[in-house]
Design a protein around this ligand. Structure first.
Ligand code: HEM
Length: 432
């Protein structure tokens, strides 16, 4: 029974991390009170873009979007060589429709998407249209050696309900007969296999609850109780995020889609909590100006809907000379505006305790992957290392604490062509 007690919540989180049928069946004792809102048969009423999640998420009092609290990433390999067949496509689309029918498309039901990698599109004779900016993943700093996620596809499941994420995953692979009362009449087994399964969580309270015994978080439970992230601050202020519309591909056969970079970043927060004080944490994460002017209280809720970083960009070299530090947001934001001042990336990161290690899953949406690469290069701050105090990973934002383990690039097509699209943006089985 879903009684909302702390032990029950603990259990559900552990269940998402573990996965599997046993974990799910233990979750599924639903009472009428915790019923999950149903989905729809009226597929055309769903948003055209798979990545249009914001309107279906909760917002805080300032209008900042809060990502669903429980999330799973499934990295999938196609079972066959060469391009997918029409039968693969119709099976996949029917499996996806089970999710649409079963769960309301919201943080209380399920938000999800599927994206496809450059390697997937290499299965076709024709290349992707030239203006689709989807390179293979590569190392984005001189000091990282990530593994590259080149699996064919990435399914991303998200919900405030741990049991929904788990059940949706099992429905996708035919491990349950029904999903929220809807018959699972098609599933992805036989089309795709799961190569990697990664899980996580985000939101006030969850990192603090998970911190003890986690590799990367020092003893003493230092993560503030209400912080949505392990590093102890809020992120993703509305004015520092691209809009969904901005990151949406405008023209061509993939109009309505977006590109998605997903990094997995290990965090080693021993020194972050044991050697630094709050003043220096604010300096490193936001900027020296934020620390000096006392702009950030607690976990940063007082910032409202804007981190205020734009005022700190031109002074970055002076800050480095005067304070011996540059801020993470300050460095990254330099490359995160277009000529009209619009923000380019829509960051949707969440934390992970997979394998007992504190890490960050970092999905970022943008119109083209080069936008992400440019921002990540700006975050490296290599251009500032001529200033003696700024070293490649020391006094240089938060780089000292982050270790990139995986990178992958995906194209998240519009919903209409989500089932194994061709490089021409066609899904023959549906277009017929
Ligand atoms: C544990 C890791 C990380 C934490 C805790 C973190 C946290 C933050 C915080 C608190 C801010 C300022 C508030 C905001 O605008 O959201 C920020 C800004 C930013 N972060 Fe991170 N971040 C992390 C990793 C990354 C990574 C790996 C990237 C990759 C490029 C990144 C990209 C950015 C960008 C682009 C901004 C500036 C937003 C703007 O343009 O105003 N962050 N981050």
């Amino acid at each position: 029974m879903f009684d909302g007690s702390p032990s029950r919540r603990e259990f559900l989180k552990a269940a998402v991390a573990t996965g599997g049928a046993a974990a799910l069946s233990a979750c599924l004792d639903r009472t009428p009170d915790d019923s999950v809102p149903a989905g729809t048969d009226d597929f055309d009423a769903l948003p055209a873009s798979q990545h249009a999640w914001n309107d279906a998420c909760q917002t805080d009092e300032y209008g900042n979007v809060e990502m669903p609290r429980h999330q799973v990433l499934l990295y999938l390999e196609l079972d066959r060589d060469g391009p997918p067949t029409e039968s693969d496509r119709s099976t996949a689309e029917n499996a996806f429709r089970v999710l649409d029918r079963a769960y309301e498309r919201s943080h209380e039901g399920l938000l999800w998407s599927i994206g496809y990698s450059p390697r997937y599109f290499d299965r076709f004779d024709d290349p992707l249209p030239e203006d689709i900016d989807l390179p293979e993943p590569r190392a984005l700093s001189p000091f990282e050696t990530p593994a590259f996620d080149r699996q064919d596809a990435l399914v991303h499941l998200a919900s405030d309900r741990a049991d929904v994420v788990l059940e949706a995953e099992q429905a996708l692979f035919g491990e349950v007969d029904t999903a929220n009362g809807i018959t699972v009449d098609a599933d992805l087994s036989g089309v795709f296999s799961v190569d990697a399964r990664r899980t996580g969580f985000v939101g006030a309270g969850l990192p603090a609850e998970r911190q003890s015994e986690l590799n990367g978080i020092p003893d003493g439970n230092p993560v503030p109780e209400h912080s949505p992230l392990f590093m102890g601050f809020k992120a993703g202020f509305a004015k520092n995020q691209a809009t969904e519309e901005y990151v949406t591909i405008r023209d061509g056969p993939f109009a309505g889609g977006t590109t998605k970079h997903v990094a997995n970043v290990r965090q080693r927060l021993g020194d972050w909590y044991d050697e630094e004080d709050q003043y220096h944490r604010i300096m490193k994460l936001f900027s020296p100006g934020h620390a000096e002017q006392g702009l950030v209280e607690g976990i940063g809720e007082n910032l409202g809907d804007d981190s205020g970083i734009d005022a700190m960009l031109d002074r970055i070299r002076d800050d480095a000379e005067q304070f011996g530090h540059v801020g993470h947001a300050q460095k990254a934001a330099r490359a995160n505006r277009d000529e009209d001042g619009n923000v380019k990336l829509l960051r949707r990161h969440f934390e992970s305790a997979d394998d007992g290690i504190a890490s960050l899953h970092f999905p970022s949406l943008q119109r083209g992957i080069s936008d992400f690469e440019a921002v990540r290069e700006a975050m490296n701050g290599t251009d500032l290392t001529d200033i003696p105090t700024i070293r490649q990973r020391v006094n240089n934002g938060i780089l000292e604490y982050l270790f990139t383990k995986h990178r992958g690039n995906f194209l998240v097509p519009a919903r209409r062509i989500r089932a194994l699209p061709t490089t021409n943006g066609e899904v023959p089985i549906i277009d017929d």
